[in-house]
Design a protein around this ligand. Structure first.
Ligand code: UD1
Length: 427
């Protein structure tokens, strides 16, 4: 298994191209199930999770054609064609490796009248139930059965009537599944307290390009008028706001300055707001975001929340940055339980962080030193890289398959701006 070796202390400076958003891609790909016509996605990030999802699609009999395979290119163009779906089952072996597989449940049900998906197991950042996905589908008239670790969803005779669902908790994935189901229902459906993350807007835009009728895009109340059929489309995946925010933290902790080419300032407004409070100078324009250190880092208090609040996927990276701020910061995690697994690893690098329930108190500035570390989820792994960039000496990060799931060519991008980071095979 590969590991990353980082020698801290280099000031990052230069331009980093921002890739297509992993979390958007994971909900755009299953839209191919909704039409027999080809659907082409541009700017797909080259990531293990995306490869895994493409593999799942081929399992259903869907053809995938990759254009533009040149190794030096960031992003891919892939055409999916679901003219003939030969299986409606997402098996355990594929689902257990990738939780997002649950996102095929809705579109498969809507197109084929039935769908069977293995239930995703536990997850490193908490329980992560799928009850809201199932309740939303039931509200549209689906019949749901749970047997032998699988969820089976079926349409009643005459098809799905559609219906209303009010989410008791804001859920990105359940909103996505609900949208991908309601677009082909017989009648009109309404979603209240729906997630309105930029990735949901991206999904709505693709569905609209395919002929779906959705009102309220970008708000938490969505009205979907079901249509008989959807057609193919070509669509460009949005920029990854979490990748951009992660590299902003990386540059900031080294006292550097980077241009995040292709980043969308609107989508990452809460992160930009936090970074400005921490004392960074940020400029936004239509083609990207520029981040520059501007004197000492200041402490700040942060609370994660559904969009437009601060993304939970930025919590670990901002925590690393705040270990270098001059004073005490308080971070509250409201979305997931058990999302502080990076804390003991950061402590091994010299950070002063205490936790109580879902609150972490970070006392800075810490003298970070390199260490052997590993993390158990994607964003936690990135927080260790950020700390390592500012640490004295050498850090070895293990279990980097988490990073390969979500950061396209991470070490190449960091090398572009002057980081001393190498990938080596494990001994
Ligand atoms: C998505 C993102 C993930 C991000 C998260 C929150 C993808 C592939 N992943 O995950 O990176 O951290 O949004 O922005 O897009 N919940 C339930 N029942 C459900 C579903 C969710 O109780 O059926 C709860 C969860 O336990 C959690 C909260 O709702 O506490 C939010 O989870 P959700 O928004 O669904 O996260 P995901 O879609 O899994």
């Amino acid at each position: 298994m590969d590991k990353l070796i980082i020698r801290g202390g280099n000031r990052l400076s230069g331009t980093i191209p921002i890739s297509g958003a992993k979390n958007a891609a994971l909900t755009l790909i299953p839209c191919a199930l909704l039409t027999e016509e080809p659907m082409t996605l541009r700017n797909l990030p080259r990531l293990a999770d995306i490869d895994g999802f493409q593999h799942l699609m081929t399992q259903f009999g869907i053809s995938t054609e990759i254009h533009g395979k040149r190794a030096e290119e960031f992003g891919r163009v892939v055409t999916f064609e679901a003219s003939r779906i030969t299986s409606t089952v997402a098996p355990y072996d594929l689902v257990r490796k990738m939780r997002a597989s649950i996102l095929v449940l809705g579109p498969m049900l809507a197109r084929m009248g039935e769908a069977t998906v293995s239930m995703p197991g536990g997850c490193a950042i908490g329980n992560r139930p799928i009850d809201l996905h199932l309740k939303a589908l039931e509200a549209f008239g689906a019949e749901i059965e749970l047997t032998q670790g699988y969820v089976k969803a079926m349409q009643p005779d005459g098809g799905l009537p559609g219906g209303d669902f009010d989410f008791p908790v804001v859920s990105v994935g359940a909103t996505e599944n609900a949208l991908m189901t309601a677009v082909l229902a017989n009648g009109t459906s309404r979603l209240f307290n729906a997630a309105r993350e930029p990735e949901i807007v991206d999904l709505c835009n693709l569905l609209s390009a395919m002929g779906a009728e959705i009102e309220g895009i970008g708000t938490s109340d969505l009205t979907i008028h079901g249509v008989d059929r959807l057609h193919g489309a070509t669509y460009r995946v949005m920029a990854d706001r979490i990748e951009a925010g992660s590299y902003a933290c990386a540059a900031a902790i080294t006292g550097g300055e980077v241009r995040l080419e292709g980043a969308n300032a609107h989508d990452m407004a809460s992160t930009i707001h936090a970074l400005r409070n921490i004392g960074l100078h940020i400029e936004e324009d239509k083609k990207g975001v520029s981040v520059a250190a501007n004197g000492a880092l200041k402490p700040t208090d942060l609370t994660t929340a559904p969009f437009p609040g601060l993304a939970t996927d930025m919590q670990a990276q901002l925590m690393s940055l705040l270990t270098k701020a001059e004073g005490t910061s308080v971070l509250k995690e409201t979305i997931f339980e058990n999302r502080f697994m990076h804390v003991p690893e950061l402590a091994r690098m010299g950070a002063d962080i205490s936790t109580e329930g879902r609150t972490a108190i970070v006392k800075g500035p810490a003298d970070l030193t390199g260490a052997e570390v590993m993390a158990t989820d994607l964003r936690a792994s990135m927080s260790l890289i950020i700390a390592a960039l500012a640490a004295e000496g050498e850090t070895t990060v293990r279990r980097i398959y988490h990073l390969d799931r979500g950061y396209e060519r991470l070490e190449e991008k960091l090398q572009l701006v002057g980081a001393d980071i190498q990938r080596v095979g494990d001994d």
